[in-house]
Design a protein around this ligand. Structure first.
Ligand code: CTP
Length: 409
C-alpha cells in the first residue's frame, strides 16, 4: 500500500472472507502475486485458481506459497471431486486478475471448459474481472461486446490502464492499478449506502507563500481527508477531494489540487452548492502573509517583517450558505480543551457534525496513520473514538453522516 491512509483493505475486518483469485495467461500474471499478497494481508482467505496458460507466465508454487491454500488448476486432479462448485459456493467474491480476452469471451459465451470458467459459471458470488491484453485486442469489437455482456450481467469490469504493454508497445490494456483492483473488491463487498450522493472532502494543509521559495504551512498530511474520500467512494458516493497534500489520488475519487487557502476557498465554494455532504478535513491556514515577495528574500537584506492577514474561514462560509438537507462536517484540531472547542465550532459554524481531536495526543492527528477523536453532532450526542486507523474513523464519521442523510429523506 503506498498511501497509508487511502482506504486500505488491511484495515477492514475481512474476517476470513474468501476470495477466489482467478489468474489467466497474460504477461500481467506476475502482478497477481502482489494482488494475492495484499488480499492475504487484508485478512482474506485467498483460494488461487490458475488456468493452464497462466502457469506459463507464473509458477503455481508462488501463488500456492502466498495464497491461503494451494493453487487449484484442474477440474480433474483436485482432491475435491467437484472443485468448481465447491469454489463457487465458498466464494464471497471472485476476482479474475489478469483476465485475458479469451477468458472474457468464454465467460460471456457461457463456456466452462476449465476450472476457472466452470467456477465462474457456477458461482452466485459477485465477480470482479480485471482485463489485461494488447490494445488491439481490448479495442476489438468482439472484446468490446463481451465486456458489455458481462457488465450487463453484473460483472464488475475494472478498466485496464493506458501505458507500456508487453513488447514495448503503448496503449490501453495494462492491468489496472493495484489500488483500483483492491477498491473494486472492497466495493462489491460493501453496502452502497452512499450511492447517488455527492460528497466533497478537503484534505491537507494549505501553504501560504512568503516569497517564491518559502511558505507558512502546517503539519497536516492529508491522510484523514483521503481516508474519508476513499471510504465515501467505496460506499458508492460520487466523491471530489480538494487537497493541498501531495499524495497519490485515492481510487475512484476525483482530485482537485490546491496550494493556498484562497485556492481551497474557490475550489470548495464552487463545488459545495451541488454536494449532499461536505467534509472539511483540511487544515486551512487562518492567516497568510499580506504581501508575499515576488522575488526570493535575501539573507543579506536582513530579517523580514512578515505581516499577516486573515484568510476566509471556508467552513464558516459553507455554514452560512448551507442548503436544506446538506450535511456539513467540520474538524476541530485542538491542543487542550477538546470538547469546548468542538461545541464552539459546531454552533459557530452551523455544522451537523464536528470531529474534534487533540493533535498533541500520542498516535493521533498530523502525519499518523491512526487517529483518536471526539464526535459531536447537532443533536448534542457525543461519541468518543479511541485510537484507531484513520480509515476506521472515516467509517464512523460517514455512519453518522449517513444517519443524518437518511433522516432527511
Ligand atoms: N477551516 C476553514 N477555513 C479556515 C480555517 C479552518 O474552513 N480558514 C475549517 C477546517 O477545515 C476545520 C475547521 O474549520 O474543519 C476548524 O479548523 P481549526 O483550525 O481547528 O479551527 P478554527 O476554526 O480555525 O479556530 P481556532 O484556530 O481558533 O481553533
Amino acid at each position: 500500500m503506498t498511501g497509508g491512509s487511502q482506504r486500505d483493505l488491511s484495515e477492514v475486518d475481512n474476517g476470513g472472507r474468501r476470495v477466489v483469485l482467478g489468474v489467466t495467461g497474460s504477461i500481467a500474471a506476475y502482478k497477481a502475486v502482489e494482488v494475492c499478497r495484499r488480499l492475504v494481508d487484508a485478512g482474506f482467505h485467498v483460494s488461487p485458481v490458475m488456468t493452464a496458460d497462466a502457469t506459463r507466465f507464473l509458477g503455481a508454487a508462488t501463488l500456492s506459497a502466498l495464497g491461503s491454500e494451494p493453487v487449484h488448476d484442474s477440474l480433474w486432479s483436485d482432491a475435491d471431486p467437484i472443485p468448481h462448485t465447491a469454489l463457487a459456493r465458498s466464494a464471497d467474491v471472485i476476482l479474475v486478475a489478469p483476465a485475458t480476452a479469451t477468458l472474457l469471451a468464454k465467460y460471456a459465451a457461457g463456456i466452462a471448459d476449465d476450472l476457472l470458467t466452470a467456477t465462474l459459471l457456477a458461482t452466485r458470488a459477485p465477480v470482479v474481472a480485471c482485463p489485461a491484453m494488447h490494445a488491439e485486442m481490448w479495442e476489438h469489437p468482439a472484446t468490446v461486446d463481451n465486456v458489455a455482456t458481462l457488465r450487463r450481467r453484473g460483472v464488475v469490469v475494472v478498466e485496464p490502464g493506458v501505458g507500456r504493454l508487453a513488447g514495448g508497445d503503448e496503449g490501453a490494456g495494462r492491468l489496472a492499478d493495484m489500488e483500483e483492483i483492491l477498491a473494486a473488491v472492497d466495493r462489491v463487498l460493501t453496502p452502497q449506502d452512499l450511492a447517488g450522493r455527492t460528497v466533497l472532502v478537503t484534505a491537507g494543509g494549505t501553504r501560504e507563500p512568503i516569497d517564491p521559495v518559502r511558505f507558512v504551512g502546517n503539519h497536516s498530511s492529508g491522510k484523514q481527508g483521503e481516508a474519508l474520500a476513499s471510504e465515501a467512494a467505496v460506499r458508492g458516493a460520487t466523491v471530489t477531494l480538494v487537497t493541498a497534500a501531495d499524495r497519490p489520488a485515492p481510487a475512484g475519487v476525483t482530485v482537485v489540487r490546491v496550494d493556498t487557502a484562497a485556492e481551497m476557498e474557490s475550489a470548495v465554494l464552487e463545488r459545495a452548492a451541488t454536494a449532499d455532504v461536505v467534509v472539511m478535513a483540511a487544515a486551512v491556514a487562518d492567516f497568510r502573509p499580506k504581501a508575499p515577495a515576488g522575488e526570493k528574500l535575501r539573507k543579506a537584506d536582513g530579517v523580514p517583517d512578515i505581516v499577516l492577514e486573515p484568510t476566509t474561514d471556508v467552513l464558516a462560509e459553507l455554514g452560512r450558505r448551507k442548503r436544506p438537507g446538506q450535511v456539513l462536517v467540520g474538524f476541530a484540531a485542538e491542543t487542550g480543551a477538546v470538547r469546548a472547542g468542538a461545541e464552539d465550532k459546531l454552533r459557530g459554524k452551523h455544522l451537523d457534525l464536528v470531529v474534534a481531536n487533540d493533535v498533541t495526543a500520542p498516535g493521533a492527528g498530523f502525519g499518523h496513520d491512526t487517529n483518536a477523536a471526539t464526535l459531536l453532532d447537532a443533536g448534542g450526542r457525543w461519541t468518543d473514538v479511541g485510537l484507531t486507523s484513520k480509515r476506521e474513523l472515516a467509517r464512523i464519521v460517514l455512519d453518522v453522516v449517513w444517519a443524518r442523510l437518511s433522516r432527511q429523506d
